[in-house]
Design a protein around this ligand. Structure first.
Ligand code: PMP
Length: 304
């Protein structure tokens, strides 16, 4: 990864190499914490804008509410920290990573008065699944690992510990030569990918799994809003992997992955094997909006 100069840590700008934690940091051992992934884009007019910052900060607080963690900063302070790291690192475009974690001092699962800490880092980060993937689509495989059961982990929270499940799935399919893992829920229905939500277009209708065993993705919500602008109906409903195989288009959404088409699943070509017109039009709209080219969506941008 490309380093920047400074990281916001517990309220202070700290040199990148000094932003360290003790090996007995509680979250490192048990995974109890919450984080966000946010992107800032360089707009066509040269300014820099963070995409849906308020929604990401809201989700960070919701994650902590779900997990029973009290953040020692308010939403305005967290939002300001996200803007400050970009400014101090002179970064116009990149990824922002706020993380709430439990520091060191006590061990054991349940500790009294956990020392809650907050860091916000940022760094330049290009396309997550590669330029070619974004343009021509990626190859995905259904993982043998089941997505979290709704009563095992509460998937509306974005907790570090939950990502062991994602890493297992991603590692399994990447080792087998694919780019991304599609995960089924505990009932066997399609849920989401290791770090992205999923959409399919079949017989002209757009479908995405409901918000049961998945993270409520902000890019997912963005796509649903764009689809409604274009008078396309998106239904949130369960579907099976064979329905995916017979789809005309499948694409995945996430802050890191943006809008990435899937061209093949389990060695079956999706549609023509090329990104379809719905995927392409939603992807195009996404990049126009994040780059500030659509004034109707400036309310989603925090200009820095
Ligand atoms: N699902 C999972 C499991 C994720 O980690 C992410 C990335 N945050 C998403 C979906 C997509 O969410 P968003 O669009 O808010 O980045």
């Amino acid at each position: 990864m490309q380093k920047t100069d400074k990281i916001w840590l517990d309220g202070k700008m700290t040199a990148w190499d000094q932003a360290k934690v003790h090996v007995l940091t509680h979250t490192l051992h048990y995974g109890w914490g919450a984080f966000e992934g946010i992107r800032a884009y360089k707009c066509s007019d040269g300014r820099s804008a963070v995409f849906r910052l308020r929604d990401h900060v809201d989700r960070l607080f919701e994650s902590c509410l779900i997990l029973g963690i009290k953040i020692p900063f308010n939403k305005e302070e967290v939002s300001a920290a996200c803007a400050q790291v970009l400014l101090e690192n002179k970064l116009k475009e990149g990824y922002i990573r706020p993380i709430v974690f439990v520091g060191d001092g006590e061990m054991g699962l349940l500790i009294k008065n956990p020392p809650i800490r907050l860091a916000v880092a940022c760094w330049p980060w290009g396309t997550y699944l590669g330029e070619d993937g974004l343009k021509n689509g990626i190859r995905a495989k259904v993982s043998s690992f089941t997505r979290h059961h709704i009563n095992a982990s509460m998937t509306k929270a974005k907790a570090p510990g939950y990502y062991v499940n994602s890493i297992l799935a991603k590692k399994e399919v990447v080792d087998a030569g694919y780019d991304e893992a599609i995960m089924l829920d505990a009932e066997g229905y399609v849920s989401e990918c290791s770090g992205e939500n999923l959409f399919m277009v079949r017989k002209g209708a757009i479908k995405t799994p409901p918000l049961t065993a998945i993270l409520g993705g902000i890019t997912r919500d963005t796509i649903m809003e764009f689809a409604s602008d274009l008078s396309m109906k998106v239904s949130e409903q369960v579907f099976t992997r064979d329905e995916l195989y017979t789809a005309e288009e499948v694409f995945i959404t996430g802050t890191a992955a943006e809008i990435t088409p899937i061209r093949e699943i389990d060695n079956r070509k999706i549609g023509t094997g090329r990104p379809g017109k719905t995927t392409k039009s939603l992807q195009e709209r996404f990049f126009q909006v994040v780059r500030g080219e659509d004034a109707d969506y400036h309310h989603w941008l925090t200009f820095i």
